[in-house]
Design a protein around this ligand. Structure first.
Ligand SMILES: O=C(O)CCC(=O)C(=O)O
Ligand SMILES: [Fe+2]
Length: 383
């Protein structure tokens, strides 16, 4: 196959990986076909083509309290939660519980994160991804835990196809000099956004504890103390959107994820009937979902739902998931306060060892958490 001059290959761990040219280069390069390394197996391509793509953004939600079902997953107004009014707070907590039981995902508005900060972080990270490849690859490293890492596709031992995305992993609690210095506000915005996520995570985990009848800091104390970090995903336009995938189906490894997305759309979640449901962009909302650690800790009451990202033929998309996790040494097992007659349904493990298992499996699909499930012991049989 002839390689167009603007197609740039560079190694990503053991793979040769295709770096999709920027939006404006695409037309010039004349690429009309997805390279083989990104091609999904045909049965997955079929499941992609059965869903309609989401290109629209909804108007800003100015915050009517309660749950709105028109976006599939609930949209929950957090203003009453943040104002600590006990009755109104209780109703938000109930809404969060039903959203997690029904979908495992919900969106939040009036969450206290300044909207200007949300716009700004999307803007500065887009500028970063638009830098020349030589600039971005200065941040390419095989060190798994740097402050700032640029990468391509998804790194798994046996991916069926590389994901059609570039990403940056950002750990702002470390050496800030390692963050990109372009554009000039990049570091400042990164730190401000991460701090806002730390604040929000505390509010959310407290509400989650209350929703399960636990004392407010119960979940945060056990499963929310890990290093706060986020990923910025950049999905370039794709000439054959049904043949490739931005992020293949997976569940998140941590406790909860708070995700900011731009207005392009493409995130889909698997519902209880095995249908892919779009999570439509809602301006200035954040998408919240349960991760594997929450599923284990709650003994399956709040499930970590499979999700994936479809690509767009015309527009690049940016999303910024923040991952809230336990400390590596924390042992996460079903909490005795949440285990009923069914008995513990998951094997416990330290978060560090959980991650080893998670990445040793193909993270595409919920393979690892399925493998640590135990059989229900059921009520004691007395003869
Ligand atoms: O881009 C998205 O909307 C979701 C990304 C995602 O699921 C992840 O990075 O874990
Ligand atoms: Fe995810």
């Amino acid at each position: 196959m002839e390689v167009a001059s603007s197609r740039i290959y560079f190694p990503c761990i053991q793979f040769k990986t295709f770096d999709q040219p920027k939006n404006e280069d695409l037309a010039a390069s004349g690429i009309r076909e997805v390279p083989a390394v990104f091609k999904l197996p045909s049965q997955i391509q079929d499941s992609c083509s059965s869903c309609s793509s989401s290109n629209s953004s909804d108007d800003e939600n100015n915050g009517t309290a309660g749950i709105h079902e028109e976006n599939s997953v609930a949209v929950i107004d957090l203003s009453d939660l943040l104002h600590q009014d006990s009755e109104r707070r209780a109703s938000v907590v109930v809404n969060i519980r039903s959203a997690l039981e029904e979908w495992g995902f919900f969106q939040v508005v009036n969450h206290g994160v300044p909207t200007a900060l949300m716009d700004e972080i999307l803007r500065v990270y887009k500028l970063f991804f638009e830098l020349p490849l030589e600039e971005k690859t200065k941040y390419y490293t095989t060190d798994p835990n740097p402050t700032f890492r640029f990468g391509v596709g998804r790194i798994t031992p046996s991916p069926s196809a590389q994901n059609w995305k570039d990403f940056a992993i950002v750990r702002p609690g470390r050496d800030l000099d390692k963050l990109s210095a372009h554009p000039p506000t990049f570091r400042e915005v990164t730190v401000a956004y991460n701090n806002a996520m730390i604040h929000l995570k505390r509010e959310l985990l407290n509400a989650l504890s209350e929703s399960l009848g636990l004392s407010p800091s119960f979940i945060d104390d056990v499963a929310g103390e890990g290093e706060q970090f986020f990923v910025c995903n950049f999905y370039p336009p794709c000439p054959e959107p049904k043949v490739a995938i931005g992020a293949s189906s997976h569940s998140d490894f941590g406790t909860i994820t708070t995700l900011l997305q731009d207005d392009v759309g493409g995130l889909e979640i698997l519902d209880k009937h095995n249908n892919w449901i779009q999570v439509k962009p809602l301006r200035h909302a954040l998408v919240i979902n349960a991760g594997d650690q929450l599923e284990v800790f709650t003994n399956g009451k709040y499930r970590s739902v499979s999700h994936r990202v479809r690509v767009n033929p015309d527009r690049c998309r940016i999303s910024i998931p923040s991952f809230i996790s336990p400390l590596p040494r924390t042992y996460i097992a079903p909490s005795p306060s949440l285990v009923g007659e069914e008995g513990p349904l998951y094997k416990g493990d330290s978060f560090r060892d959980y991650l080893v298992g998670y990445y040793a499996n193909d993270v595409n699909e919920k393979l690892y958490i399925e493998s640590i499930k135990l059989k229900p012991s059921g009520p004691l049989q007395l003869h």
